[in-house]
Design a protein around this ligand. Structure first.
Ligand code: PEP
Ligand code: MG
Length: 837
C-alpha cells in the first residue's frame, strides 16, 4: 500500500485474468530481462493508463508504449506477443508521445480478433522497466478489471533515478536515440555497435518495440528489426556505463561509411515478358556474353543424430577457426587495398561467426547428438527465419550473410575445396550468391553474375559494383533451369538476361565490348607519355595512393608522380604509433616505387572522426570542425615532428614534397616551416623539401594569395572543400548527389586559388575526387590547374582527355560557368562544350 509520495499503485490497464511473467510465452519477457512485471490475458479491446504520467515512448507500430509515472517509475505496456509484426495494422493510438495522461485514460484501441488470429498470443505485459530502481509488489489478484490495483511500486532504498554511485558495478545509464543508419540496424551498423560496446566493461542493451538485445550479439541486435528513424532505448550497466552510453549513442547516430549503394538502374522485374529474356534488377551494370555456369548449394543427407558430442564440438570449433582465419585474411587484403566496403562487410561476418546466440544454438544441438554440420546449418537457418520474419527487405537481405557463413563453415566441416572450375568468361548463375562467393568468382574472372533471388542493396551487389562485375539479381527461379553451358548475353544495366541471343546479337555485344576495350588499350598505350593539350599546355597527371603497392600500380599505369600520399595508412588499425624508422621506410618505399618521379606526401590527417587508439584526443561535438589535419600539431606537436623527421630522411629529398592538410591561416604554414627549418638543422641538412598547402577549407581558398607567398605549391582537396563550402557532410547519404564539386561556388574558389597562386608564380593541383572526373578536366584546366592527382586506374583516361582539349578554349568557356546557378547547370554546360566520347 503506498505510504509516501514516492510510492505508486499501478492499476490494471485491461480486463482479464492475471498471469505472472514466468507464464508468458516469450523468453525475453518471461526471463524478466525487460524488467519485473505482470501480464494480463485481455478480455477487452482497449488499453488504459495504469497510472497518471507522461507518455515517454510510443512504438511506431502502435502496439506498445511506455509511461513515466510522477515518482519516476517507467511502465511499459505491451499489447500481445510479437505484435510488432502486424506493423501497426489493427492498432489505433489514442495518445501521442510526450502527452500527459491521467489514470484510466484510454491509450490504445486494438483489434482483439486480429491479434488473436495473427499473433503468437494476446497476453499483454505491464512491465516496470526501471526495476533496478523500483520494487514491485503484486496485489495477487486472479482476475482484474480496468482501474483495479495490479501492483505497488516503491523506490528501492539504494536507488536514484539515474546512476548508483554507491555500488559502481551496478551503475546504470540509459537514453534514447533515433537511428540514422540508412536502412536501419542491419549487419554492418550492428557490427559497429557491437564493437563499440566491446570497448567497455559495462553490459549494454538496446530496447525496441518491447524487445531487448545485448549489444554483444549481432544477431540479437538485427533481430530487433530496428529501422531507419526508429527510436531506441540504450541502457548500459556497469562501472563505465556513462562512457559506454555516450559511445553507443555516437555510434548509433553516425552513418556507416559508404553504407548507401551507388544508385543503379533498376529495371522492373518481368515488366513485359519478352520471349527468351529473363528480367531482373540491375545490381552492377555492364554488357557481357558467355557460357552460363550454374553453381549449386551444399545439400546435407539426413542426420542419424547419434554422434559423439566431444568429437562434433571439436569439428565445429576447428571449422569455425578455419573460416575465421580465412575472413581475417580477406580483411587484411581489403585493408591493404583500402576497400572500405569490403572491410565493413567482412568485419560483420567475423562478428557474426562469434555471435553467442549462433554458437549456443549449434552447441546445444550437438549436445543432443546432432552432427556439427547439421547443428550449424540449423542454427543459421533459425536465425535466417528471424530476419526474414521481420518483414523488412533490408533485414531479409542480410540473411544472405548468414547463409554465406553457413556455406563456408559447411565447406570447412566437409573438407570441400572452395574453388569453382569456371569455364573462361563464364556468366555464373546461382540461387543466391554470398559475399565470399563473389570475391572468389571475381578472382576467377567470371564475366558476369546472375541470381534468382537477392536485392540491389545486398552486400553481394555492393561488392559486384566495386569490382566492376556485371550483376543482375531477382531473376526468378527460371534462371536455374537454363542448361549448363548455354551461351547467353547479360545486359546488366537493363536488368536483362538474354537466353537465346542469335549470332547477330553476339556479334553486336562483341563489337561494343571490343570498341570499349580498344579505346582503353589505346589510352593505356599512351599512358606513359606526358599529357599536353592541343595548344601545348602541359598537365601533370599524378595519382592518389595510400601505400607503396598502390604507388607501384600508379607507376605502371603511367602516373607522372604521386599527387597525394595519404599517410594515415601507416597509423590506423594498430595499437601503437609507427616509430620514426618505420615511417621513414614506408615513405622511402613509395619514393622507390615511383622511379624518378615526384611524390607529394601529406602529413597525417587524423583527429575529428578518424580516431587512433593510441592517440586519445578530446571527444568532439563537431568532429569535422575539430582538431583534425594540421590542427593536431596544436595538441600533439611531437607526433608531427616525428613524421617530419622521418620525411626529411628519405632520399633523394628533392623528389619528396610535403603537403599540409586542413590549413586555414598563414600562421599554421609559417609554424611548420619553422619546425622544418629547425629539424633540418638538427639533421644537418642543407636542402629543404618543397612545402605545399592543401586548399580544402574556404578560408584557405580565399587566402590563397597570402598562403602562396610562403608555400611552394597548393593542392586543392575538393572533397573537403565541397563539404565545408556547401555545409554538407561529404558522407551524408541523403545529400550525396548534391555534394558536387562542380558547384559554381566551388569553381569560384578554385579560380580564386589559381589567381592568388599565380601572383607568386606557384602552381596549383587538384587531389580531391573532382580530378578523377573526366567531365571536370576542361573546367579545371580552364581555371588554371596544372596538376591533376587521380585514382591510379584512371591515369590513362584523364591523360587522354587532356590531349583532346584546347587550353585557351577551356579558359574562355570555364569563365562562363562561374555564373551558372547550380552544379547541375555546370554539368550540363560541360557536356555541351566538351562532350565525353
Ligand atoms: C580532399 O579533401 O579532397 C582530400 C583529397 O583529402 P581527403 O579526401 O583525404 O580528406
Ligand atoms: Mg581532405
Amino acid at each position: 500500500m503506498p505510504n509516501n509520495k514516492n510510492d505508486l499503485t499501478v492499476c490494471a490497464p485491461l480486463n482479464g485474468p492475471v498471469l505472472s511473467l514466468g507464464n508468458v510465452p516469450d523468453d525475453v519477457f518471461a526471463s524478466g530481462a525487460m524488467g519485473d512485471g505482470i501480464a494480463i490475458d485481455p478480455l477487452g479491446d482497449c488499453l488504459h493508463a495504469p497510472c497518471a504520467g507522461v507518455v515517454m515512448h510510443v512504438a511506431r507500430t502502435g502496439h506498445a508504449l511506455t509511461i513515466r509515472a510522477d515518482n519516476g517509475a517507467e511502465i511499459l505496456l505491451h499489447v500481445g506477443i510479437d505484435t510488432v509484426e502486424l506493423n501497426g495494422e489493427g492498432f489505433a493510438l489514442l495518445v501521442k508521445e510526450g502527452a500527459r495522461v491521467s489514470d484510466g485514460q484510454a491509450l490504445i484501441r486494438f483489434d482483439l480478433d486480429r491479434v488473436a488470429r495473427q499473433c503468437k498470443s494476446l497476453i499483454s505485459l505491464i512491465i516496470l522497466t526501471n526495476s533496478d530502481h523500483f520494487e514491485l509488489q503484486p496485489v495477487n489478484a486472479q482476475t482484474v478489471k480496468v482501474g483495479e490495483p495490479l501492483f505497488h511500486v516503491s523506490p528501492r532504498s539504494t536507488s536514484t533515478t539515474h546512476a548508483l554511485p554507491a555500488d559502481e558495478a551496478s551503475s546504470e545509464a540509459s537514453a534514447s536515440i533515433r537511428i540514422t543508419h540508412r536502412g536501419g540496424l542491419h549487419a554492418r551498423p550492428a557490427a559497429l555497435i557491437r564493437k563499440t560496446a566491446q570497448g567497455f566493461s559495462s553490459q549494454s542493451h538496446l530496447h525496441f518495440a518491447g524487445k531487448s538485445a545485448g549489444c554483444d550479439s549481432l544477431i540479437g541486435l538485427m533481430g530487433l528489426g530496428i529501422g531507419e528513424q526508429d527510436e531506441v532505448q540504450v541502457s548500459c550497466r556497469g562501472k563505465d556505463c556513462e562512457a559506454a552510453l555516450q559511445a553507443l549513442l555516437a555510434a548509433l547516430s553516425v552513418p556507416v561509411h559508404h553504407e548507401v549503394p551507388t544508385p543503379v538502374v533498376v529495371a522492373p522485374r518481368r515488366a513485359a515478358a519478352e520471349a527468351g529474356v529473363l528480367q531482373g534488377v540491375c545490381a552492377a551494370p555492364g554488357l557481357v556474353c558467355g557460357p552460363l555456369f550454374r553453381l549449386n548449394g551444399i545439400e546435407l543427407p539426413a542426420d542419424p543424430r547419434n554422434h559423439a558430442v566431444d568429437e562434433q564440438l571439436q569439428h565445429l570449433h576447428s571449422a569455425l577457426e578455419q573460416v575465421r582465419s580465412e575472413i581475417r585474411d580477406t580483411l587484411d587484403q581489403a585493408r591493404r587495398s583500402k576497400d572500405v566496403e569490403e572491410q565493413e562487410i567482412f568485419a560483420a561476418h567475423l562478428a557474426l561467426l562469434e555471435d553467442p546466440a549462433l554458437l549456443e544454438s549449434a552447441t546445444c544441438a550437438i549436445e543432443q547428438g546432432s552432427a556439427a554440420t547439421h547443428a550449424w546449418r540449423d542454427a543459421i537457418q533459425a536465425q535466417c527465419a528471424v530476419l526474414l520474419g521481420l518483414g523488412k527487405p533490408l533485414f531479409a537481405e542480410r540473411a544472405n550473410d548468414l547463409r554465406d557463413l553457413q556455406q563456408r563453415v559447411l565447406r570447412a566441416l566437409l573438407g570441400e575445396a572452395w574453388h569453382y572450375k569456371l569455364p573462361a568468361g563464364a556468366i555464373v548463375v546461382a540461387h543466391e550468391l554470398t559475399p565470399s562467393d563473389l570475391l572468389q568468382l571475381s578472382e576467377q574472372r567470371a564475366a558476369g553474375i546472375c541470381m534468382a533471388e537477392g536485392g540491389a542493396t545486398s552486400h553481394v551487389a555492393i561488392l559486384a559494383r566495386g569490382k566492376g562485375l556485371p550483376c543482375v539479381v531477382a531473376l526468378g527461379s527460371e534462371v536455374l533451369e537454363v542448361p549448363q553451358g548455354q551461351r547467353v548475353v547479360l545486359d546488366a544495366g537493363n536488368g536483362r538476361l538474354e537466353l537465346t541471343p542469335d549470332d547477330a546479337r553476339h556479334a553486336e555485344v562483341h563489337q561494343i565490348r571490343s570498341a570499349q576495350k580498344l579505346k582503353r588499350q589505346q589510352q593505356q598505350a599512351e599512358a606513359q607519355a606526358p599529357a599536353r593539350t592541343f595548344d601545348g599546355v602541359g598537365i601533370e597527371v599524378a595519382a592518389n595512393v595510400a601505400s607503396s603497392s598502390e604507388a607501384q600500380l600508379a607507376f605502371a599505369n603511367g602516373a607522372d608522380g604521386v599527387g597525394l600520399l595519404r599517410t594515415e595508412f601507416l597509423f590506423v588499425d594498430r595499437r601503437t604509433a609507427p616509430d620514426e624508422q618505420e615511417q621513414r621506410q614506408a615513405y622511402q618505399a613509395v619514393l622507390d616505387a615511383m622511379g624518378d618521379k615526384p611524390v607529394i606526401i601529406r602529413t597525417i590527417d587524423v583527429g575529428g572522426d578518424k580516431q587512433l587508439d593510441y592517440l586519445p584526443l578530446p571527444v568532439e561535438a563537431n568532429p569535422v570542425l575539430g582538431l583534425r589535419g594540421i590542427r593536431m600539431a596544436q595538441v600533439r606537436p611531437e607526433l608531427l615532428d616525428q613524421q617530419l623527421r622521418a620525411l626529411l630522411q628519405v632520399s633523394p629529398l628533392q623528389r619528396c614534397r610535403i603537403l599540409l592538410p586542413m590549413v586555414s591561416e598563414v600562421d599554421e604554414l609559417l609554424h611548420i616551416r619553422q619546425r622544418l627549418d629547425a629539424l633540418c638543422s638538427e639533421l644537418q641538412l642543407s636542402q629543404r623539401p618543397e612545402l605545399g598547402v592543401m586548399i580544402e577549407v574556404p578560408a584557405a581558398a580565399l587566402m590563397a594569395e597570402q598562403l602562396a607567398e610562403h608555400a611552394d605549391f597548393l593542392s586543392i582537396g575538393t572533397n573537403d572543400l565541397s563539404q565545408y563550402t556547401l555545409a554538407m557532410d561529404r558522407d551524408h547519404a541523403g545529400l550525396a548527389a548534391r555534394v558536387d564539386a562542380l558547384h559554381p561556388a566551388l569553381l569560384r574558389l578554385i579560380a580564386q586559388t589559381c589567381s592568388g597562386a599565380a601572383k607568386h608564380r606557384r602552381w596549383v593541383g587538384v587531389c580531391g575526387a573532382l580530378a578523377s572526373d573526366p567531365l571536370a578536366t576542361p573546367v579545371l584546366i580552364g581555371l588554371g590547374i596544372r596538376e591533376l592527382s587521380v585514382s591510379p586506374p584512371q591515369v590513362a583516361e584523364i591523360k587522354d582527355r587532356v590531349r583532346h582539349l584546347d587550353a585557351a578554349q577551356c579558359r574562355q568557356l570555364s569563365q562562363g560557368l562561374l555564373n551558372l546557378s547550380s552544379a547541375k547547370a555546370v554539368r550540363q554546360a560541360c557536356h555541351h562544350h566538351w562532350p565525353l566520347s
